[in-house]
Design a protein around this ligand. Structure first.
Ligand code: DC
Length: 647
């Protein structure tokens, strides 16, 4: 996978089964409680991701026994309410599920610690948690801005009063952090929630996980939570982490948009995660949902998806998936009560609105809601979809590929919770097919490719034309064909429209002006410049739409569409090609000289096949079609026969 972007062809369907990675929320809670517990806990199916790595690293630094048993299994030897290392600096990246609970546990366990994260972590509020901990006597100092990490914790005497207060309307992670740490005080402490408690299902995960480790919290509505004196964590022995219900949302949505069924395994009806209720939201949009104790599946409705107006407070993370699913639903989808989006990995309301608009959707955003109205045909932004270092942005926007080929920038941010997301995505989706026809100049591949495209009802990409247009536009602008940066800038901003038979450059028909010998030579020269090829890459990939594409050029099968279902290397002897070109020129009323044409062709062959980037060569998986002794009809028929087998 490319580090900077991932290009996805337009998708036609989704179908299959995905075994989900472990839940991030449960993984980090289980790790912390195993560390606080007495005894040895074997954690199975732990999520392997950036956020869990931050927690594992921190626990190791704090002297907790952390042992990798291979695969997704870990052995944690708990410290029975104490961390052996009493002084440490911890770096917690952008892992809120590590930062908040560790702050609480370290503040109440006693010791001197500094907790830091990446810049974005330092912009995410933590003041309400710190206020709650200070009421218990904890000593916590802000090292940067008041109310935000980084923090310094100093050993202090913990003297819990009977009740403390914590705000519940910014992030449920504050209450989670406090509750998980309270048994360390050894006293009875009640927590009163001030303001409406958001994301209640996450508190349910916290309570269920604490119960698994032997601590039962008394709950009065969603207002008061009490941990009794003498509550102590003890290891339950082996703990299996459930699959991630938020991660399930992308695959269920794929099934709901792309026929399906797509089945996820690892979470189902019996899950303790609130995000499984995403399936209900999808059902409201019309999707056909089935559930078992440990699995769920989604298929598209016959009549298409429809918009919903939904309070999403109970599914804050999975609700993001509804925002991009809305691109395929009839009407305006409104997601309400999602103010917490603004303090997540990025301001998710702003980010979501901006990127959805780039696709052509109409978006209205408010402080705590977003409304999405789809557009008939999605547009693919040439600069790609930005992901804001937010795993969920990257995963949500992959769904948009049902509407258009798409470039996703910085796709590796999915590592936060789902490192191999895009491999799993590729495994359950069906992309618009490509037939890649490569070969030397004048081999007849353009004619063959266009005829094959017509026979199959596919679109046709004459990629050579893009290099020719670049050469022509550079020539007109007085830019030297050797000036790589300037020519690449021209390639990136070409105003081109392919209209069946004609090509418009800056709104004007180019006709044969890109086919002259001079421009042919220029095209071959600019095509050797790496920056020019890079600038034209996504322009070519956006042709990868439904129902399919036939592309001809030099690197269709090797670089632009390496996933092509059929690759053909179409060639003919240099003499035969020179003669065809000669007849073509004479036929059009130009004067021509056969031996000059042959010499030119050989020179261009040499340059196209000897250049360092994307040289012309037959790919190992390409079929050879030598047309020296074939008619056009015969060549077309051969490609169609191969296509019938391959597609
Ligand atoms: O296929 P054509 O003759 O129209 O191509 C014009 C030039 O562009 C040719 O010299 C090779 C170059 N080209 C390329 O490098 N890669 C492609 N995919 C297509 C063409």
């Amino acid at each position: 996978m490319n580090q900077e972007f991932l290009d996805i062809p337009q998708l036609s369907a989704a179908r299959g089964t995905v075994r989900l990675p472990g839940s991030k929320s449960i993984s980090n809670r289980v790790l912390l409680l195993a560390a606080l517990a007495e005894g040895v806990t074997e954690v199975r199916d732990l999520l392997a991701s950036d956020d869990t790595e931050r927690m594992l690293d921190a626990l190791k630094t704090l002297g907790i026994g952390v042992e990798h048993l291979g695969g997704e299994s870990w052995r944690i030897t708990g410290g029975a309410g104490r961390f052996p290392v009493r002084e440490a600096d911890l770096f917690l990246g952008n892992a809120g599920t590590a930062f908040r609970p560790l702050t609480a546990a370290l503040a109440l366990a006693g010791g001197n610690y500094v907790l830091k994260g990446v810049q974005r972590m330092h912009e995410r509020p933590i003041g309400d948690l710190v206020d709650g901990l200070r009421q218990l006597g904890a000593s916590i100092q802000y090292l940067g801005n008041e109310g935000y990490p980084p923090l310094r914790i100093a050993a202090s005497e913990i003297q819990p009063g009977p009740a403390i207060q914590v705000r519940g309307d910014v992030s449920s992670q504050f209450l989670t952090g406090l509750l998980m740490a309270l048994p360390l005080t050894g006293q009875t402490v009640a927590v009163d929630v001030v303001g409406e408690l958001i994301s209640k299902p996450y508190i349910e995960i916290t309570l269920a996980t604490m119960a698994r480790f032997g601590v039962h919290v008394e709950r009065e509505g969603w207002q008061r939570f009490t941990v009794k004196a003498g509550s102590r964590y003890s290891s339950p022995g082996i703990v299996y982490v459930e699959g991630d219900a938020s991660s399930a949302s992308y695959f269920l949505a794929l099934g709901a948009i792309g026929r399906g069924p797509v089945r996820v395994e690892g979470v189902g009806r019996d899950s303790i995660q609130g995000d499984i209720r995403f399936a209900e939201a999808l059902a409201k949009m019309g999707a056909v949902i089935e559930t078992g104790p440990n699995w769920m599946s989604a298929s598209a409705p016959e009549s298409g998806l429809r918009a919903v107006d939904l309070d999403c407070n109970h599914i804050p993370d999975a609700a993001m998936t509804l925002a991009t699913t809305a691109l395929f639903a009839k009407g305006t989808t409104t997601l309400r009560n999602i103010a917490s989006w603004r303090v997540k990995e990025t301001d998710r309301i702003a980010a979501m609105a901006k990127e959805l608009r780039k696709l052509g959707a109409t978006v209205v955003e408010g402080e705590d809601f977003i409304a999405v109205t789809p557009v008939e045909r999605l547009v693919s932004p040439p600069e790609g979809i930005d992901t804001y270092d937010d795993h969920r942005m990257a995963m949500c926007f992959s769904l948009a590929a049902f509407g258009t080929p798409l470039r996703i920038n910085d796709p590796r941010c999915v590592a936060k919770t789902f490192p191999d997301y895009f491999q799993r995505f590729a495994a359950v989706t069906v992309a618009a097919p490509v037939i890649a026809i490569d070969g030397p100049s004048a081999s007849g591949k353009g004619t063959v490719a266009a005829r094959v495209a017509q026979a199959l009802g596919f679109s046709y990409l004459d990629s050579g034309a893009l290099y020719r247009l670049t050469a022509l536009a550079a020539h007109r602008a007085g830019v030297d064909w050797a000036d790589e940066a300037a020519v690449a800038a021209i390639a990136a901003s070409l105003d081109v429209v392919f209209t069946g038979d004609d090509i418009l450059l800056d709104g004007v028909v180019v006709g044969d002006s890109i086919r002259t010998e001079e421009i042919s030579a220029g095209a071959s020269r600019v095509a050797a410049l790496p920056a020019v090829r890079e600038a034209l890459l996504f322009r070519q990939r956006v042709f990868n739409t439904l129902p399919g594409l036939v592309g001809d050029g030099r690197d269709m099968g090797s670089v632009v569409f390496p996933q092509a279902q059929l690759k053909v290397f179409l060639t003919a002897s240099a003499e035969a090609r020179a003669e065809r070109r000669y007849k073509q020129l004479i036929g059009k009323g130009f004067s021509a000289n056969l031996s000059d044409l042959l010499a030119d062709l050989r020179q261009r062959d040499e340059r196209d096949s000897q250049r360092s980037v994307a040289p012309l060569r037959q790919e190992a998986d390409a079929k050879l079609l030598d047309t020296t002794d074939l008619t056009i009809d015969q060549a077309v028929q051969q490609v169609l026969d191969w296509a019938a087998e391959a597609l």
